[in-house]
Design a protein around this ligand. Sequence first.
Ligand SMILES: Cc1cc2nc3c(=O)[nH]c(=O)nc-3n(C[C@H](O)[C@H](O)[C@H](O)COP(=O)(O)OP(=O)(O)OC[C@H]3O[C@@H](n4cnc5c(N)ncnc54)[C@H](O)[C@@H]3O)c2cc1C
Length: 389
Amino acid sequence: MGVANALVVGAGIGGLAAAAALGRKGVDVDVVEIREPGSVLGVGINQPGNALRALDALGVLDEVLAAGFPFDGNDYRDRDDERIVLVPSALGSDRVPANCGLSRRDLHDILLRASKAAGATITYGTEVRDVVDDGTGVDVTFSNGEHRRYDLVAAFDGVGSAMRRRVLGTSLVPQYTGSAVWRKRLPRLPEIVRVTMWHGVGVKGGLVPMDDKTMYMLLVTSEQATERPDEADLASRLATRLAQFAGPLARVRDCLRDDPHGIVYSPLVEVNVPLPWHRGRVIVLGDAAHATTPHLTQGAAMAIEDAVVLADEVTRDRGLEESLTALERLRHPRTQLVQETSHKILVQEQSVTTETLPRATDEMRANLAEQTDRLESVLNQPFRATAQH
Ligand SMILES: Cc1cc2nc3c(=O)[nH]c(=O)nc-3n(C[C@H](O)[C@H](O)[C@H](O)COP(=O)(O)OP(=O)(O)OC[C@H]3O[C@@H](n4cnc5c(N)ncnc54)[C@H](O)[C@@H]3O)c2cc1C
């Protein structure tokens, strides 16, 4: 009674992972992607141990580790570049490291190859025009004029999801958090061997290794407007926002004069869709259901876990309604934990002033290792219904 064929909407991280996971279970999968091939947005990404475990389930762990920079724990520093605390990670196992930084394009290419190897067909530059679910199947009409009937439609079409609006209604609107992230790819500094974060007043910067040669910089700032600044202004605005930092971030700031290009600016938005995430045979997953702020580097991790659990559950010998409900019960507590914790961190960071910075730093020194251990011990628990880790 499990599904025989499925449509995945969106060929981002979650959609490609879902195509690979479903295809490996013998499901005939089509993927439809609105963008043209090769348009990967973003710079680098950290894949925490739980994401690596999900990537292992897709058969791509070795490729990911070979492409990236595995590391344990995070180094937290103040704006004068003095260490606040080095926090070990409770993620990972004998098989998977605690974390692995890598280029987004590399992760995307690995997942694309995995989905194709699992038999998925990907159609680019196309979107869904109409969806009719008659209870026994879903008739889908595409913008290229084609029609096809599916047992299941899984929408991984990102935070601005058109499928969410279509299936769950228009009331669930992504909320701007008041913060944005600036990112840029750079040559790796030898001392950047793990996520290294610098905490300032209302601003947090970081450097993340992506491989032996490269790293990416991220800077989280409070920004009133969601509009992307003009390309010509990006480097000077970023330099201004880096002004309070000494150490490696100061060196990054100085480099912007000679290399002002390739800055990616992302306003941070969240959406938190209450259960159920499905109507009939159509389900919304990944960022479309639970886009989080990136403070725990867990957004893609949650989308990839969604994908693996989706394939587990919908290929069981039972009705689809039961399978999708079981999936949601497994996924919702984890995605809620990530969203709530990540949001709390953002609010705390945004509220730091010059007066409260010393106290905030003392609190990190005293509490962060224990708080991280508590959270990561939960995230390191098995995320699938049966032990397949
Ligand atoms: C600044 C920043 C840093 C981050 N860092 C990390 C990190 O270090 N680690 C981590 O795990 N996560 C991180 N994340 C989160 C991560 O990027 C997302 O959670 C992840 O990409 C979600 O995957 P997804 O497949 O659900 O959505 P997406 O990756 O956004 O993919 C959605 C896809 O759907 C396509 N699409 C959109 N509309 C349509 C349509 N109508 N029809 C067809 N296709 C459509 C899009 O073109 C896209 O390809 C970060 C996010 C941000 C903003």
